[in-house]
Design a protein around this ligand. Sequence first.
Ligand code: IMP
Ligand code: MG
Length: 179
Amino acid sequence: MDNVTIRGKKFVKSIDEKRIASRILEMATDISRDLNGEDVLFLGILNGSFIFLADLYREIDLESDISFLKLSSYNGVSSTGEVKELIGFNENIEGRTVVVVEDIIDSGRTLNRIIEDLKGKGAGRVVIVTLLYKPGAYKGAHRIDYAGFEIPNYFVIGYGLDFDGVARNLRSIYRLAEE
Ligand code: IMP
Ligand code: MG
């Protein structure tokens, strides 16, 4: 499938599932090597990261645990500028290495909010992992430690990323076609 139409909008394939899989292997190898010996908690940001983290985590060679957090969200497909609340997160992370796993980092606003909160809860170190990264949109201060693919400011869907709540189950990543 090279093109898909979702809710009347056309999307074209941008990153094939095979490329995603081989990049994830590389990322897992780097992360496992770099964080060896640390007390690691992988923390997936819901909903978008669930497919990426499921694939990444099975390739991780570290004694570590995993948890998820969700931010309250508002409707639509672009960042709203609203400060969101973290929901349902009560792990003890004192002094631990927390590996935040995102599907995509765009403006970095979501990430800022998460990092602030994790530092406030006493995290020893916060490491950022994202499958996709839009450097042209990023306004955050924190370094992105591991990024699978850097992409232009396209709107993308699939492999966990949604358009209005749907299309997360597409195996590859697709970008919105120009009209
Ligand atoms: P940020 O706070 O602007 O960095 O936005 C991050 C969040 O916005 C991501 O975790 C996604 O949920 C959503 N998002 C940003 N860009 C896209 C995109 O191209 N497709 C789907 N969701 C996106
Ligand atoms: Mg997200």
